[in-house]
Design a protein around this ligand. Structure first.
Ligand SMILES: CCCCC/C=C\C/C=C\C/C=C\C/C=C\CCCC(=O)SCCNC(=O)CCNC(=O)[C@H](O)C(C)(C)COP(=O)(O)O
Ligand SMILES: Nc1ncnc2c1ncn2[C@@H]1O[C@H](COP(=O)(O)O)[C@@H](OP(=O)(O)O)[C@H]1O
Length: 337
């Protein structure tokens, strides 16, 4: 450890989270009794950063609930948007807004690209611009694969309809053929052959009647959390993002996860403002803005909450479960180690 860096508590063991060998043998003791020292839970700093997500959803939802109607357009749960769209209360309340079409709708592509740029330009993972498959890169790619699998199963395909479509049908939803009459929008019949939102749209129906977990909230939370949980422990010196993390060792002891290879880390820390990092920061910032817009102009409270819960479950499985389970840590590793 460098002289400038604060040491972990005196009688805690330290370990590289990706190895089973304990590096230094001090007294075996749980680092401290705080709930934030539990390996399966975020550190205090991580908890504060993660709490920005529910705070953003509450802020956006309150904005629409409390602000007076801004236009003649009203939110239609059937269309999942403001109708008529031309009078939507904001540019960001229109589905066709450019950030929705080219950024969120391609959100996993942007996430993948940003992560790759970071992994292959930042010296903490290996020589910049070399394609060497270093341990850090391989483990980050393993975490990306796990997140991609979750994204794919939840929003695209899960041995048939995606999890979001399956839960929609299970909660009473279906593809309905609707038409406008004097009484408003009425259901004419059900299109039974359509088992997903996409199939329903193609069949000219409306996916309605169930709880439609917000795919936008899910993707924006999972993807942006993946990016900052990968980048911040590598580029920032904050203990709360690095040394305060604890892991459960093979023998069940809870110990601090302290980065190895200080010389390399010092070199890496010079790259805090590298363009790979700047690019990731830009993507995460835009994702946060779009999350706020989704919270303000789309979906019901419960649909947004469900999107958040599913995304948080994935974040926990990929970034916190490995700290408590050595076998999982062998495969997924931990960012910054
Ligand atoms: C054990 C069995 C496992 C089964 C298979 C599970 C996982 C497979 C593993 C990987 C996934 C497979 C393929 C993906 C491969 C590479 C991905 C990398 C490159 C890309 O990212 S290409 C994809 C670009 N597409 C997107 O970014 C789309 C993002 N948009 C959406 O997901 C949705 O539009 C939405 C959720 C934002 C909103 O939904 P809608 O409102 O549009 O319905
Ligand atoms: N921030 C945002 N900007 C524009 N459209 C959004 C949005 N958040 C959600 N939507 C739209 O609301 C609908 C439900 O989104 P989701 O379930 O993914 O959260 C989708 O409509 P379409 O499927 O008609 O494009 C999506 O494009």
């Amino acid at each position: 450890m460098s002289a400038r860096r604060k040491q972990p508590p005196r009688n805690a063991k330290t370990v590289s989270a990706t190895e089973t060998t304990i590096k230094s043998t001090m007294d075996i003791q749980t680092p401290n009794d705080s709930i934030f020292a539990h390996p399966l839970l975020p550190t205090q700093t991580e908890a504060i950063l993660l709490s920005l997500y529910p705070a953003t959803l509450i802020l956006g939802s309150l904005f629409t609930t409390l602000s007076p109607p801004l236009s003649n357009s009203t939110y239609s749960p059937t269309h999942q948007s403001y109708q008529p769209a031309a009078f939507a209360p904001s540019y960001f309340a229109q589905k066709r807004n450019i950030f929705n079409v080219y950024f969120v709708k391609l959100g996993w592509l942007w996430t993948t690209f940003a992560l790759l740029v970071f992994l292959f330009t930042h010296p903490a993972h290996g020589r910049p611009l070399s394609l060497a498959p270093t341990a850090q890169r391989l483990r980050a790619l393993a975490r990306w694969t796990a997140a991609t699998g979750l994204w794919y199963l939840t929003t695209q395909w899960c041995f048939g309809p995606a999890l979001i479509d399956r839960s929609f049908v299970l909660s009473g939803g279906a593809c309905a053929l609707r038409a406008a009459d004097k009484r408003g929008d009425i259901e004419i019949s059900k299109i039974k052959s359509a088992s997903s939102a996409v199939q329903c749209k193609i069949a000219g129906g409306t996916w309605s009647g169930g709880i439609d977990i917000s795919g936008h909230v899910f993707l924006l939370v999972l993807a942006s959390a993946l990016l900052w949980l990968e980048v911040l422990p590598v580029v920032l010196r904050a203990r709360g993002l690095r040394e305060d993390r604890t892991v459960r060792d093979d023998d069940g002891t809870v110990i601090h996860a302290v980065p190895e290879g200080q010389a390399e880390r010092e070199k890496a820390e010079v790259e805090v403002s590298g363009w790979g990092v700047k690019f990731v920061v830009g993507v995460v910032a835009l994702m946060w803005w779009m999350l706020l817009m989704t919270a303000a102009f789309f979906h019901t409270w419960s649909e947004k909450l469900m999107g958040l819960i599913v995304a948080f479950t994935g974040v926990w499985a990929i970034y916190f479960l490995p700290r408590g389970v050595p076998a999982v840590r062998q495969i997924l590793g931990m960012p910054g180690l």
